[in-house]
Design a protein around this ligand. Structure first.
Ligand code: G1P
Length: 292
């Protein structure tokens, strides 16, 4: 059983500057929840019990978000706002460990920072930039595949040519519907060098042998220690699987993806959806005349 999950959250969030100059990008809200909370809840719904967040400078707000907030809770209690109080308290009941990544040396290095907490167990990694439709039990499917194969599992999604350079791309063969045996991976390749159009999305089930590889890995793309490079080495020595996502995923680390996620999640929000839908319909109707 996999009980631990690692949430790398030390990145600089340069794509969202200036919003992320002094606040973590993981705390950008989609409707009323920060990005990282979606990932934490996704993991919790799949039976994860220990949550390891890799933080860096300017990331204190993440710790505060999942901490108790006595004054706020007291005020909500006195005002009789029971639902909000429960919503806030729910977050305090989760077991977190925070590890500081002293310099943003890449995703691979961030994962390596979790080694003292993960020790010798298999574990999940969730990148909160990648928001997966909360109604899709995709991480659960990845965990099931891990149990069946007893091998690392990477989340995959087919991308159009113009997006190949944004992601890790796999080389692999399809063993059964949506299940790939991964032969190799390349981090953000040029289109002409890409082995496929299957991109890695931010969900991984990893085994502890990844740490030894990360420890000796030279810097890769962008001068950073790349998880993709370690997985590439791993795939040369043992089976590694990829599972294609069925369902919706938003790249909320990108402005357009973030806006798409905001709109779609707002349209599904019990309270907001009616008014928001009418607003968008109005905008579309006017847009027909005004689009420039
Ligand atoms: C990271 C990984 C990349 C992966 C992507 C998924 O890139 O390095 O292989 O495809 O996450 O979101 P980043 O988005 O941190 O640049």
């Amino acid at each position: 059983m996999i009980k631990k999950a690692v949430f790398p959250a030390a990145g600089l969030g340069t794509r969202f500057l200036p919003a992320t100059k002094a606040s973590p990008k993981e705390m950008l809200p989609l409707v009323d929840k920060p990005l990282i909370q979606y990932a934490v809840e996704e993991a919790k719904n799949c039976g994860i019990e220990e949550f390891i967040v890799i933080t860096g400078k300017h990331k204190r707000a993440i710790e505060d978000h999942f901490d108790s907030a006595f004054e706020l809770e007291d005020a909500l209690m006195k005002k009789g706002k029971k639902e909000l109080l429960e919503e806030v308290r729910r977050l305090n009941r989760i077991n977190f460990a925070y590890i500081r990544q002293r310099a943003p040396l890449g995703l691979g290095h961030a994962i390596l920072c979790a080694k003292p907490f993960v020790k010798v167990e298999p574990f999940a990694v969730l990148l909160s930039d990648d928001v997966i439709d909360p109604d899709t039990p995709f991480l659960r499917e990845m965990l099931e595949l891990y149990r069946e194969k007893e091998a690392p599992v990477i989340a995959l999604e087919a991308v159009p040519d113009e997006d190949v350079e944004k992601y890790g791309i796999i080389d692999g063969t399809e063993e059964s519907q949506g299940v790939f045996r991964v032969k190799g991976l390349v981090e953000k390749p040029r289109l002409r060098n890409a082995p496929s159009r299957l991109s890695v999305i931010g969900r991984y089930i990893l085994t502890p042998d990844i740490f030894g590889l990360l420890e000796t890995l030279p810097p890769g793309k962008g001068g950073e220690i790349q998880l993709t490079d370690a997985l590439n080495q791993l795939a040369a020595n043992r089976p590694v699987y990829g599972l294609v996502l069925k369902g919706r995923r938003y790249d909320a680390g990108d402005k357009l993806g973030f806006l798409q996620a905001t709109v779609e999640l707002a349209l599904r929000d019990k309270v907001l959806s009616g008014q928001f839908r009418s607003f968008l319909n109005g905008l579309m109707a006017n847009g027909k005349k005004e689009i420039r």
